[in-house]
Write a protein that binds this ligand. Structure first.
Ligand SMILES: C[S@@+](CC[C@H](N)C(=O)[O-])C[C@H]1O[C@@H](n2cnc3c(N)ncnc32)[C@H](O)[C@@H]1O
Length: 227
């Protein structure tokens, strides 16, 4: 069964002296996610936000793979923000901005400028393994921000386990869902139909669903074509 982490660094994994935290899942998920992003983000430039960056390990890999995008990490957990900053300092990449505190539960969240650069309308927003380990209002806030901040050809890319038409895609996800709801009744594996409803309400539509290892999916949302 999948396991979830609310705060990295408290799960017995190594913590570097400079604050870099390590997520076990990162090592399993990195290559499959990078392979999909390579296709989705090919040829793109501009600004890309990661919402709920966690340790910061993923966004370092994204920035390395996509040097034409400027990457903006974010989270709302202070230990995670310190870890992201430490991974950024360790990686020394010119296209990786400092982390910033964004609470997705606030529907008016925005991306602040940093180090003399103001983010433009976003080319992409990536968000992995966040909306099932958070209340539904976090998903609502994520989409509210995506609707406001994505540029006309921008993409919102979600990674994680999802239900389809009210059904789990695997028994392991059903068990995982039960464990999430036991930890917090406001958490739970989200249904693609309900998520698409949030997207539609802000002018986005589900463009692509990509099967990933271990019964995860990548969902790609883009602005709906005008009627
Ligand atoms: C399971 S971790 C996933 C981290 C990372 N995306 C990954 O896949 O390794 C969930 C992350 O969502 C963040 N998070 C939870 N609620 C949030 C909120 N309301 N706003 C922003 N981030 C949030 C947590 O702090 C944590 O870093």
């Amino acid at each position: 069964m999948a396991e979830y982490v609310v705060e990295f660094g408290k799960d017995g994994r190594p913590v570097e002296a400079d604050g870099r935290l390590d997520a076990a899942a990162f090592h399993r998920n990195r290559e499959p996610i990078l392979a999909v992003l390579a296709g989705l983000l090919a040829g793109r430039s501009g600004d890309a936000l990661e919402a709920g960056s966690g340790t910061g390990q993923h966004i370092v890999a994204f920035a390395r793979q996509h040097p034409d995008l400027v990457w903006w990490p974010s989270d709302f957990n202070e230990a995670h923000l310190r870890s992201i900053a430490a991974w950024r300092a360790h990686a020394q990449l010119g296209n990786l901005q400092p982390p910033q505190r964004i609470d997705l539960a606030d529907p008016s969240w925005s991306v602040a400028g940093a180090e003399g650069r103001e983010p433009g309308a976003l080319s992409a927003i990536f968000c992995a393994n966040v909306i099932h380990i958070a209340p539904w209002r976090v998903a609502e806030g994520l989409f509210a921000g995506a609707g406001r901040l994505l540029r006309s050809d921008g993409l919102l890319i979600l990674y994680g386990p999802f239900k389809r038409d009210g059904h789990h895609t695997a028994m392991s996800n059903a068990v995982f869902d039960t464990s999430l709801r036991a930890a917090d009744p406001e958490w739970g594996v989200r249904d693609i139909t309900e998520i698409s409803g949030l997207a539609n309400a802000v002018g986005l539509g589900l463009r692509e669903t990509i099967e990933m290892p271990a019964n995860n999916l990548i969902l790609v949302f883009a602005r709906a074509a005008p009627a």
